[in-house]
Design a protein around this ligand. Structure first.
Ligand code: ADP
Ligand code: MG
Length: 273
């Protein structure tokens, strides 16, 4: 993990340098002959919300899944909190080569990244509370009493205190997704990835999930959100990224949706707005 030597600043009013929390450098993904990501570059600052927009098939889910190591990287590099994910550089015969991390090291890196999917994937045979404490107790080794106490505060945060002992099938889609968010938070992540969290919901249930996400953002969570909700993007995003064809076509602050520079982004916005 080589850090560049700090340079003495010549500026008098230099801003304190904030280390990006996620750095994505020339990342590629190939599935056999299919070249899905073709050199993605992106930096994500701590406690910011990045919204990724783009047409279906542009590689948004693949990129999120690579950050969370559900997919391997076939080229380039992703660093989280200054550490390369999935690989470590080792010296071999006078050369630096990348070695795949052990399952244990991968688990350590993934432990502080939470992910919420389009399909909520709650355990159907467990109550809401049981769903939330499952990983803290069985993966993180938390005491059950503590996990339960924490779970109740997360349920309050997502507005579902009165549903603690319900089963997923007894909840609406919006409620299930809010439980899924509470379940992810229960592992104390410092980064949350959302892959189209409201796409499977009836329109009238989208708002309640977005409002929980807004709350998380206000609390300072670093968030990367794939969504077609342009209103949410405009209001909450610190950074918007438009992907198409496996590359970042445009990125910038939230107002890029009002001034798209490329025809591809213009066409996309026309279709979703
Ligand atoms: P998006 O989320 O932007 O809709 P994806 O990242 O899901 O796009 O997919 C990008 C491309 O990669 C698509 O062409 C998709 O068919 C392909 N793809 C995704 N996952 C796999 C896989 N496991 N094997 C082969 N191709 C895949
Ligand atoms: Mg997708």
């Amino acid at each position: 993990n080589v850090q560049p030597a700090a340079q003495p600043s010549t500026q008098t009013n230099a801003q304190p340098a904030v280390q990006p929390q996620i750095v994505i450098t020339d990342v590629h993904k190939e599935y056999g002959d299919l070249h899905v990501l073709k050199g993605v570059n992106l930096e994500i600052q701590p406690s910011t919300v990045t919204v990724i927009l783009g047409p279906s098939g542009s590689g948004k889910s693949t990129l999120l899944r690579m950050i969370n190591q559900l997919e391997t990287i076939t080229g380039g590099e992703i660093d989280v909190d200054g550490e390369m994910i999935g690989y470590k550089p080792v010296q071999r015969g006078g050369q630096t080569v990348l070695q795949t991390l052990s399952d244990k090291e991968v688990a350590r890196q993934r432990a502080h990244i939470g992910m919420v999917f389009q399909k909520f994937n709650l355990f159907p045979h467990m109550t809401v509370l049981e769903n939330i404490i499952e990983a803290p107790v069985h993966v993180a080794g938390m005491k059950k009493e503590q996990a339960l106490a924490e779970a109740r505060t997360y349920l309050e945060m997502v507005g579902l205190s009165d549903r603690a002992n319900h089963y997923p099938s007894q909840l609406s889609g919006g409620q299930q997704q809010r439980v899924a968010i509470a379940r992810a938070i229960a592992m104390h992540p410092d980064i949350m990835l959302f892959d189209e969290p409201t796409s499977a919901l009836d329109p009238e249930l989208v708002g309640e999930v977005l409002s929980v996400m807004r709350k998380l953002a206000d609390d300072g969570m670093t968030m990367v959100v794939v969504t077609h909700e342009i209103g949410f993007a405009r209001e909450v995003a610190d950074q918007i990224v438009f992907m198409d064809g496996g590359v970042v076509v445009e990125s910038g602050t939230a107002d890029i949706v009002d001034h798209p520079q490329t025809e591809r982004f213009q066409e996309f916005l026309k279709a979703v707005l």
